[in-house]
Design a protein around this ligand. Structure first.
Ligand code: ZN
Ligand code: ZN
Ligand code: ZN
Length: 285
């Protein structure tokens, strides 16, 4: 399984358009791993997790081609993960030639948000047959805990408490050889999440929400994880046997808040049992 991190930033990206904090200032000056697009992961060349506003630029920056993508897993309908305008470009009237068959998997709530958007913009809804035909795609509204086949993968959708109004999902992607948990956006896992993961079985790699850096005090009501949450999660996953012995945890969805520049963040992460991803990172599992 080949992974490409198309983006590793949170909703605000790094640097923020208008922010003059030390982190954003350093990012503007040094570039490289300190520049973060909105989070998205490409698996091989045919499965994409989240299609946000930076998708096309990410494709060029990473030297990837998204025309082979057959499945898009949408975690939730926040704007950094879900830019439905990309789907409307599949319509014949935009002269989109010969698009590959595409399956969108998301919660019923995300499908409704997508359908409301396309109805407002184009007068068609992918939650009905005519809309799917017009957009030249198929959809699968996945329940929490459900495992389903798509292409050469088995995907398990898990419930994330990130934003209950959005009925968010995180996903395990399994190619019958390795299993990857993509776990953003979500708060620090509760017992129910660990139980759901135990029911799904251990994984080889965890990619986790890391919105706030090591300087962030613990906030039990947070909708996202901090550096300390990810460190605790990494330890617990290993202790519970939910991360296989050679397995790794990588942070994504990294914001400028309480976060040092990349090299310092990676040093903190390495001391705490995980790693910090960057835009363009590729790995072979
Ligand atoms: Zn997000
Ligand atoms: Zn900033
Ligand atoms: Zn979100």
């Amino acid at each position: 399984m080949h992974l490409t991190f198309l983006g590793t930033g949170a909703a605000t990206s790094v640097p923020l358009a208008f922010c003059r904090c030390a982190h954003c200032t350093a990012a503007r000056k040094t570039g490289g791993k300190n520049i973060r697009r909105r989070s998205s992961l490409l698996i091989n060349d045919d499965l994409l997790i989240d299609l946000g506003p930076d998708a096309v630029q990410a494709m060029f920056a990473c030297g990837k081609d998204l025309t082979a993508v057959r499945t898009v897993l949408i975690t939730h309908a926040h704007s950094d993960h879900f830019d439905p305008g990309h789907f409307t470009t599949r319509m014949a009237e935009y002269a989109c030639e010969d698009p590959a068959p595409l399956l969108i998997c998301c919660s019923k709530t995300s499908l409704r948000v997508l359908s409301d958007y396309t109805e407002r913009e184009e007068g068609i809804r992918p939650d009905d047959n005519a809309g799917r035909t017009g957009l030249r795609l198929s959809v699968h509204a996945c329940a929490a805990g459900e495992t389903f086949a798509c292409g050469k993968y088995h995907v398990t959708a898990l419930y994330s408490r990130h934003d209950p109004s959005k009925d968010s999902r995180v996903y395990i992607v399994d190619d019958d050889r390795v299993r990857v948990l993509y776990a953003t956006d979500m708060p620090a896992p509760d017992e129910a999440f660990y139980q759901a993961l135990a029911a799904a079985g251990p994984v080889d790699l965890v990619i986790a929400d890391h919105t706030y850096g090591p300087g962030m005090p613990d906030r039990p009501d947070s909708a996202h994880m901090s550096a300390h949450d990810v460190a605790r999660m990494a330890k617990k996953l290993s202790a519970l046997g939910l991360l296989r012995p050679e397995g790794q945890v990588w942070a994504t969805h990294i914001s400028h808040e309480h976060t040092p520049v990349h090299d310092e963040l990676e040093a903190f992460a390495a001391r705490n049992g995980y790693h910090a991803a960057w835009d363009g990172l590729e790995m072979e599992l």
